[in-house]
Design a protein around this ligand. Sequence first.
Ligand code: ZN
Length: 553
Amino acid sequence: MKFYLFPLVIIPLLLIFNCQKNVSEDSVSLAIINARIWTANPDQPWAEAIALKDNIITYVGSTKEITSKISKNTTIIDADGMFVAPGFTDSHIHLLEGGFHLSSVQLRDANTPEEFKKRIAEFAQTCEPGDWILGGDWDHSLWSGELPNRNWIDEVTPANPLWVNRLDGHMALANSLALKIANINNDTPVPEGGTIIKDKSGKITGIIKDNAMELVFPFIKEPSDSLKFRALEAAMQYLLEEGITSVHHMGSWDDLRIYQQYHDQKKLRIRISAAVPLSSWQKLTEIIENNNFSDNWLRVGGLKSFVDGSLGSHTALFHEPYTDLPGDTGLLVTSKKDLYEMILKADLQGLQSITHAIGDKANTIILDVYEQVRIQNGDRDRRFRVEHAQHLRHSDIERFRELGVIASMQPYHAIDDGRWAEPLIGDRIKTTYAFRSLLDSGANLVFGSDWYVAPPSPLWGIYAAVTRRTLDDKNPDGWVPEQKISVEEALKCYTISPAYASFEESMKGSIAPGKLADLVIIDEDITKINPETIKDARIMMTIVGGKIEYQSE
Ligand SMILES: [Zn+2]
């Protein structure tokens, strides 16, 4: 890809040409030419060039057409045959949580005790007094195998409690300040199923394992705003590198407060549609009445609730017992009655419901609730969502289309769970991550990652939905291959369909005149290459609102 301001050699010619043509000098701020452009716009599915005026797409067409519109101030990107798509949306993400993992002290590859100490010392320098230093993911097998000790790092963390975990999360090191805050000393009784390591002289070393870690958790302070901003910065940069220009964030009112502050300072680089807990629907109603929110960068995107837990922990709720745990059907975390009553009232206020349901019974329950709410409150454009929609009874698949309910799914989970799900649920895998069946039934399907649970890479997601090749590579033809979908179908699930799911399809999600200039450039045409290699394609550039926010080296 060549990326340049107007090429010097031909400026005089085209300038004259522009003047003769009477094209206003600033009519095109940025142009992408010689590209393979997949637009997600059925009226013009493919194009070769795009022109932008500031943050809006103004023309989509051939290189020749667009070239005739450029001026001396136009930034031109010669894509040299590369693939361009609408910027990706991750439809289910925990943005700050992911950001915290990226922005906390990085100990994963610290391979000496000195390096371990040095990184903590440097990180502590960047913290405010009282901030907890968390995360880390250290691995003592990278040095002699000696477990770290609080006396390694006490002197470099005098003002910050520290609680950094081993990479498996089953033990962590506390510094002396953290131990003091948590009231842990040499005589603290050790909880069953846990360990508090002591040295030869009987002194605690700061290493605490498994259930004993519960002694510290309640004392960990909420991160300061500056740490939250740092996490947000890290998350945005990381997502831009993955080609993501919008997210549907599942979180709290406090997350929203952080986004709002960043937005006020005009520092958001990714567009955020943030969901807040269903139980707070009244607060959301008031906020919307006062019109405090919602523009192209930040909007409150509905009300999140939960029907059940997760498959891996046997808490997803099923109609029939788990295959490996006869008698156990999982866990209902919110009663059907409570869900109905809250969603009914929120729906009357015109609010969108976004509900986590994994097991087939959880999905039946939420579809029943949505159906009853529709009957009670009458028809309207409500776009209810089910998050995960992971295991579906045959008879429920059709209901997504019938009820206009959006299935919000995470294809990477499919190639992850595909390694171990069958012993848990047996034959029910046939309608697990039922992408094909849902699309065939006419349902709206959107994709996301659930980051930090899974990597926030749309290219990996597309690869997963198209190949269904499990991470252990034991299903080369795909796990439940009849549920595979095409690359273009998967692309829609990351572009125009999520825009619809957040009521923003008129302004983004496809490449068409008048839409926000959110674009991703990928080195290869992923609709043409071997699907096995989609995950290896490279994001070359990410443009948000007409601004180049990421460019590959
Ligand atoms: Zn989630």
